[in-house]
Design a protein around this ligand. Structure first.
Ligand code: HEM
Length: 459
């Protein structure tokens, strides 16, 4: 039975009744796509092939360092049941230039954004010109190698092996080092200090079963994340995923200043001052959704995700808040397919080190203005998913006219004024305020396809 990417039931990957095509899909899919791979330490290598033979040899030689999605899922289960340690994650993505250099026609990919490349989407995405990107992103990148693990040593050892395998023709263009950050509760945070990575689309039956989903179901069909690998020996069994990579620098000082200025402008005092930042993000720093602020949690996962905005026209969480812009969660309210179509699993990692505590209330002057940020990564069944939501972020008239840009990642001039609820759920809106300034800057990136292991072996 062909793999059903539109199946409206989550995938029971461990079922004894799994059909042969789906089994083959899991045995040939790279890990970290269907389920996040723990990776507090990451090394991300960007390479250029010197010629087709050298490029093919290099990619093929990486296969013994890699594992399949199924092996990863078994490792995750083993870790849960008996704390068995997992193995290092190695992932490989190839750009449209990389495929061409290897001797394949990128047009075999049925995705115009992929065959165009990220630089060509610049106008649509409102990105800075490529000449302003960091140097190693400015030219052609052929492939990316992702190496991740919970600890630094295996990453370092695997990175050394990968560099050795590059041989004389494959060139390292540049690299990024991802380093996870946690708050005192042990939750993963980003540099502005907020818990991140909580809300994800889920594809697997065991993951879905663990979530409370009365108000919001995190399940999405596989077509949100998988695409047939057109160059693999058997594209009905061999799948991959489109990877969006973007280096996003965060000016933490400017963001913290914006939080303080907003709290002052709205006259917020005491504990209510934290609502200023929460209205920009949509969650408080500890991950509590602004929409549910004030309600006792009955969720045993401390950072709740079972909510929607059906009864909140913006009195609790403004419609422009980052998480509300990115996922208006209307699908479950209205049945609208439109909103269901774009959810993509985010697998990014923070970069840069801090000498301050990103989660505390120390004054803005003590915060970094650059050199830290997010190595944004997301997997897509089609790149239109990413393009659509970055466009929502930039568009002040989404989801309604005069909503305002996404305070975190909206790109483009912020001329429109916006209103905030003066009190949480009070119903009265503030006088119009300037939007928070842009504090995230795109420093470079590319679109890659994460091919099936079968394709890599066939090279
Ligand atoms: C430096 C840049 C960014 C920062 C600091 C940031 C921060 C956050 C935080 C704190 C959350 C809440 C945690 C959660 O719900 O999982 C979140 C959620 C989210 N972010 Fe971002 N983010 C950034 C970039 C992006 C980009 C580039 C996109 C997509 C184009 C994106 C899409 C999302 C989505 C879809 C959610 C989940 C919304 C939901 O399901 O409720 N983020 N982000």
């Amino acid at each position: 039975m062909p793999v059903d990417l539109e199946n409206t039931e989550p995938l029971a990957w461990d079922s004894p009744d799994l059909d042969e095509d789906t089994k083959a899909m899991l045995d040939n899919l790279q890990p970290n796509i269907l389920q996040a791979h723990v990776r507090d330490h990451m090394s991300i290598l960007f390479v250029r092939f010197g010629d087709a033979d050298g490029g093919r040899r290099f990619l093929r030689s990486l296969v013994p360092l890699m594992k399949s999605a199924r092996t990863h899922l078994e490792e995750v289960r083993g870790h849960r049941e008996s704390k068995a340690p997992g193995t290092v994650y190695v992932g490989v993505g190839i750009s449209k230039d990389g495929y061409r250099e290897l001797g394949f026609d990128p047009k075999k990919f049925d995705d115009a954004q992929f065959t165009g490349g990220m630089k060509r989407s610049r106008d649509f995405l409102n990105d800075p010109p490529a000449s302003e990107w960091e140097e190693h992103y400015q030219g052609e990148i052929h492939a990316v190698v992702l190496i991740g693990d919970a600890t630094a040593e295996p990453v370092e050892a695997t990175r050394a092996k990968v560099l050795e395998l590059m041989g004389s023709t494959v060139r390292l263009l540049g690299e990024e080092t991802g380093l996870g950050m946690r708050n005192p509760e042990g939750k993963g945070i980003e540099h502005f200090g907020y818990v991140d990575g909580r809300s994800q689309p889920l594809f697997l039956a065991d993951q879905v079963a663990e979530e409370r989903s009365v108000n919001w179901s995190p399940f999405f069909p596989l077509n949100h994340v998988l695409a047939a690998d057109p160059l693999a020996p058997n594209p009905t069994r061999h799948f991959g995923s489109y990877l969006v990579f973007r280096k996003l620098e965060q000016n933490v000082r400017a963001f913290r200043q914006a939080e303080e200025e907003l709290a002052d402008a709205l006259g917020l005092t005491g504990a209510d001052r934290a609502r200023a930042g929460a209205m920009l993000v949509g969650r408080f720093r500890n991950g509590t959704p602004l929409r549910l602020h004030g309600k006792p949690s009955s969720d045993d996962w401390p950072t709740q995700n079972d909510f929607n905005y059906a009864k909140d026209p913006g009195n609790k969480c403004p419609a422009f808040a980052h998480i509300r812009k990115m996922s208006p969660r209307q699908a479950r309210d209205t049945g609208s397919e439109h909103f269901q179509g774009v959810m993509m699993p985010r697998r990014g990692q923070t970069y840069g080190t801090r000498t301050d505590n990103p989660w505390d209330d120390a004054p803005p002057e003590t915060r970094p203005t650059g050199g830290v940020g997010l190595l944004f990564m997301a997997f897509n069944g089609a790149l239109g998913q990413f393009l659509t939501i970055q466009d929502w972020a930039n568009n002040p008239d989404f989801p309604q006219d005069k909503t305002g840009q996404d305070p975190l990642i909206g790109q483009g001039k912020r001329t429109m004024k916006v209103q905030y609820p003066e009190t949480w759920d009070g119903g009265k809106l503030s006088p119009p305020q300037q939007q928070a300034p842009q504090t995230v800057t795109m420093k470079g990136g590319e679109f890659f396809f994460m091919p099936s292991l079968a394709y890599l072996k066939s090279l």
